[in-house]
Design a protein around this ligand. Structure first.
Ligand code: PMP
Length: 425
């Protein structure tokens, strides 16, 4: 595999950007490799600067549910560009996107469009604090909600990959307002609620944890969170940045039938452009300026090009809901291939993670039993066979509508060959 051009670009990039990248996990540090630099993408494939082709199971970390460069999305975006890139004034398309989101996700009675998942969750937490007049929040160890200060405590994703339990630079006061519970452990939530009675503004949770690898909620866990939030006058926030429009048009809240007070969406809702949304109960969202005293704003919020990509993507998903069955089935085939070679696999819909452990993976502690060195070796094997999975044990694998049966079979075959290689040891 030729990598000279990527290597050269990485050297140049490393002089200018920390780790040579604009987001840590892209640097491939934990898998001990130089990252490839992407030149273009089409359907299920990425093409790098050296002309190598990769079957892509990262899908830009989730947005690419239709596959890359989906023709009607690209066309709509190109057309929208001709009318100007940003106005800083309202447009009809923002209303259209919000209407589509609300149609799919009824709990989104009112919403705001922002530029990233980070901004969406940061803002939702601020609104929860403003609405309740309380300061503390409950988050779960190993869940990731973007890189705003108060949410970077014991977070998953790149922090887990890089073994950074708590980011430096976060004021102790911020961190102290973030109470840490264990995912799937009701008692830990109950205890925090008791010890901080009347002080918890919200519980924020990934309804399916997907930033410590995929860890599904145990039966009744989300319902329990709904109930305990209500009993304590706290709001329940579902961070659906990954699960939204991925587990179905109505996200994890539809999948599990639990209605949160506020939700956050990112990735798919922006169709591959920098766009995210947060919203929920009308009475809560009415606290936001100019209606109320919680401030949140953005020069590029509701950007017309990003909104166009979001609208086109949601329209396609709404017109072809069978996509969800197809990608779920494809993911189930991958799940079986990984199980057959002895790995633990968690899967919810088209989100899955094979874990290099023999233990059942159901919480943060069991996630940590995974062998990251074994994962790194597997990652390299797949990459060298033209298959790109996330470069970390603690991230999800994403399947898109562009992954054909043949591509899935090729991937399963590669996994089986890897299993054979492991057996020969
Ligand atoms: N919440 C969740 C559940 C996420 O997975 C992510 C990013 N992977 C974020 C929030 C932050 O989104 P962004 O990277 O767009 O800021």
């Amino acid at each position: 595999m030729k990598v000279t051009r990527s290597q050269e670009l990485f050297e140049r990039a490393s002089k200018l950007m920390p780790g040579g990248v604009n987001s840590p996990v892209r640097a491939f540090r934990s898998v001990g490799r130089t990252p490839f630099f992407v030149e273009k993408a089409k359907g299920a494939y990425l093409y790098d600067a050296d002309g190598n082709r990769y079957l892509d199971y990262v899908c830009s970390w989730g947005p690419g549910i239709l596959g890359h460069a989906y023709p009607s999305v690209i066309e709509a975006v190109q057309k929208a560009c001709e009318n100007g890139l940003t106005f800083g004034a309202p447009t009809e398309k923002e209303v259209l996107l919000a209407e589509l989101v609300q149609k799919c996700v009824p709990s989104m009675e009112m919403m705001r469009l922002v530029n990233s998942g980070t901004e969406a969750v940061m803002s939702a937490v601020r609104v929860a604090r403003g609405f309740t007049g309380r300061e503390k929040i409950i988050k779960f160890i190993g869940c990731y909600h973007g890189h705003s200060d108060g949410l970077l405590v014991k977070a998953g994703s790149g922090l887990m990959t890089g073994s950074i339990p708590d980011s430096a630079g976060v004021p102790a006061g911020y961190a102290a307002a973030t109470l840490l519970a264990d995912y799937n452990d009701r008692e830990s939530v109950r205890r925090l609620m008791e010890e901080n009675s009347g002080e918890v503004a919200c519980i924020v949770v990934e309804p399916v944890a997907a930033n410590m690898g995929v860890v599904p909620p145990e039966d009744g866990f989300l319902e329990f969170l709904r109930d305990i939030a209500d009993e304590n006058g706290s709001l329940l926030i579902f961070d659906e940045v990954i699960t939204g429009f991925r587990l179905g048009l109505d996200g994890a809240q539809g999948y599990y039938g639990v209605r949160p007070d506020l939700s956050t969406f990112g990735k798919i809702v922006g169709g591959g452009m920098p766009l995210a949304a947060y919203g929920g109960r009308r009475d809560v969202m009415s606290c936001i300026a100019p209606c109320g005293s919680v401030y949140q704003a953005g020069t590029l919020s509701g950007n017309p090009i990003a909104v166009t990509a979001g609208i086109e993507t949601l329209k396609i998903l709404m017109a072809h809901p069978e996509i969800y069955n197809e990608i779920d089935r494809a993911a189930a085939r991958l799940e079986k291939a990984y199980r057959d070679i002895g790995l633990m696999v968690n899967r919810v819909g088209s989100l899955l993670s094979p874990f290099f452990t023999e233990e059942k993976v159901w919480d943060y502690k069991s996630v940590l039993t995974a062998d990251t060195a074994a994962f790194a070796e597997y990652f390299s094997w797949m990459l060298e066979h033209g298959i790109y999975v996330a470069p970390s044990q603690f991230e999800a694998m994403f399947v898109s509508a562009a992954h054909t049966e043949g591509m899935i079979e090729q991937t399963c075959e590669c996994v089986r060959e890897y299993g054979e290689k492991l057996k020969r040891r």
